[in-house]
Design a protein around this ligand. Sequence first.
Ligand code: AMP
Length: 903
Amino acid sequence: MNALIISDNITKNTIGFADRDLRASLLHTCTPFKIFVLDKNDRGNTNKAILCVYLHWEEIGEVDEDYAPIHTYQVCRVMEQNQNNWLYTNWILTEGAQRVYIELKFTLRDCNSLPGGVGTCKETFNMVLKENRYIKVDTIAADESFTELDLGDRVMKLNTEVRDLGPLTHKGFYLAFQDLGACIALVSVRVFYKRCPFLVKSLAEFPDTIPGSEASQLVEVVGHCVNNSLPLYEPPRMHCSTEGEWLVPIGKCVCKPGYEEISGACQVCKVGFYRSLLESPGCSKCPPHSVARQTGATVCTCEDGYYKIESDPSNMACTRPPSAPRNAISNVNETSVFLEWSIPLETGGRKDIRYNILCRQVLPEGRGLDECGPNVRFLPRRVALSNTSVMVADLQSHTNYSFLLEAVNGVSELAKDHPKQYVSLNVTTNQAVSVVRKGHTGKSSIALSWAEPDRPNGIILEYEIKYFEKEQDSSYTIIKSKDTEMVVEGLKPSSVYIFQVRARTSAGYGAFSRRFEFQTSPYLAITLALVLLAVVAGFLLSGRRCGYSKAKQDPEEEKMHFHNVKFPGVRTYIDPLTYEDPNQAVHEFAQEIDVSSISIERIIGAGEFGEVCCGPLRLPGKREIQVAIKTLKVGYTEQQRRDFLWEASIMGQFNHPNIIRLEGVVTKSKPVMIITEYMENGSLDTFLKKNDGQFTVIQLVGMLRGIASGMRYLSDMGYVHRDLAARNILVNGNLVCKVSDFGLSRVLEDDPEAAYTTRGGKIPIRWTAPEAIAYRKFTSASDVWSYGIVMWEVMSYGERPYWEMSNQDVIKAVEESYRLPGPMDCPEALYHLMMDCWQHERTNRPKFDEIVCLLDKLIRNPSSLKKLVNSSHRYEGKSGSAFTLICIAVLLFRTSFQTKQQL
Ligand code: AMP
């Protein structure tokens, strides 16, 4: 308890008659009155009370149980009536306390133990307070009263009672004890108040504080920071409770910079140490390349040649500028230069390294260097580059440049004495090919020649010839030549083409030449000759009339067609449109079946024109077979009938184990039907989904091989499928896959919107090659692209290509060279094949011959399928295909073999 005895400082001489009114009212004199030390035994404190005696109280010296002397005030007039005996203190100064405590120690006689007349005996007395008037504080009763017996046994039954007074409003007060007829010995009166003592906490001093008058009141006290300390964030505060306890500390002091707290005081930092922040716990050793030569350092200073910038943290070492960049290389592309370098060996100890480029043009005839003009562009910028590369564009062609690459960091600006460290790079931009000349011109080819640039920038490795059909520059073709001449083939007759040529040296590409326009010859004469040849050859060799016109064929298909003419014996596909009467075309290629030969057993699917059913077909003289029956729903238009049967006219031309076989058509009765072989396992995509993970790789490759073989047949026939997808492949009970659905191509051909819509549906964007999407360039090469997607579908057991990506996103991604990743557990060899099918440049894609050849090779050598792709891999298209060469020999063999066979 932090008690202070207030009556302590009252001396004998200051005491006088305390209160005239009191004396007057009681009509008693305070005589004699003395100062008495009532109790000296309260450890550590001298407790005194100064009492005046009025009427019958007596000051008596006694001894306690242990024979120690004590002084008491006693009164014991129990035998007399109307007692009113007063004992009172002199004026007690409160010293500012608003609440004081009175502790009384006394003994009291048990009235019952008094011999004889106890009628007037009391066992209580009153305690009275006077500030400006008298207030009875309490009636004090004894917990224990003593008897005659106790006196005999020398047992002192001492009572202790404590009362608190407050709030006091005056500077001082009197206390008085009123006896009304009890037998009391007052042993001690202690008057005290509580206070919160001086305290040092968190480097803050809090003075002696007197609590408030109300119980539970807290007095807020602001502390003072000790020497060399400062308040952290806010001045420290504590709260003094009425019980004299410090509570609720808020805020604190910390040593000021250059000092640290040791044993509750702030001590100065030693030499070589510093403390810069109020928050840091203690003095720290100076960081590398810095020193503190005096005590009390708040910062360390950098050694010579080392620097610091304001934003560097104080514990960071002093740093210096970096050395020059290293391993600078350049790569010239036309009039652009790509500069690349490695980070400097010496970074100076900093991470904020940046690079600046100084570009100077070398003037001819040793006239020195000139700063590059404002026209030269730097990507992303010229100075403060954070990456170790830059593209410098719009340089002059065939000009020497000198580039200085400088590395800087945050302290480079400060290091004025530090010599700049550069790496220099001399670059010469390539010269463009100036003139391209036209040589011999054919209906589908143009011979070009050009002169080597005058001053090539190094040895010319090759030339690139870029060309496209005039006004069709959304897509172009690039071919390469080692010589200064080249015959560009595969062009359309009577068409104007734009050509540009550029050279590549070891330094990179030169600029393309300006555009040169050349036109191919009209094809009339040669075409007629070739058509004649084809018709005659076809007629003679296959014994079959090939009465078709190619007028409506895609030029690419035409090309393929004439290509086929070189190998007489390979049948070609005839567009049913060639026939004026579509019915004639149907019956040219499809057998009419009598409806009585067919019984429909059940529905197996929904086709575009009606239900697809299955049932047995019994043709006279042939064994019964199971067939699929596509029906044309009732209420069709003539156009719908034509479109429906049109598929049969195409299918009927094919005869291959991997192409769905047409048994015939029913056109003479209703409903109109197309009868094909029945494929027990339905369409490939659903079949794979149903049997997810059920097949061996060899089985899957077998299926792919079948599809490729069917497609090879179609492409050899000059037929472009345009909708090759797993959903359009049918699977029979022996897992043989057959290409079906020949319904799409004509619509795409004729409809100007066909790039995006077809018969109310959309072009199969996910399966379609970019050039077919972009400008309807449907060729066998675009079928190869689709085949790659089918491979992906097969290897991922019917997963949707590009998953939930939108068509637009697919187009964009493919254009940006992104390709589907390898399916899970897909052999690397197959994924490579897919990637080759997805070459942007269609001439770089494999041909179906080559695909079949490669798949055969893989099947014969299953260990080649062991290595699987990492499925997280995203590949970008690349040119060239490894397996092309392998297959050439086989191809040649196959072609001649087929030719012989046909013959
Ligand atoms: P299509 O009109 O060709 O797309 O056929 C619709 C659906 O009928 C297909 O997805 C197959 O499930 C089924 N289907 C068509 N042709 C045959 C067939 N020859 N054998 C078995 N199912 C077929």
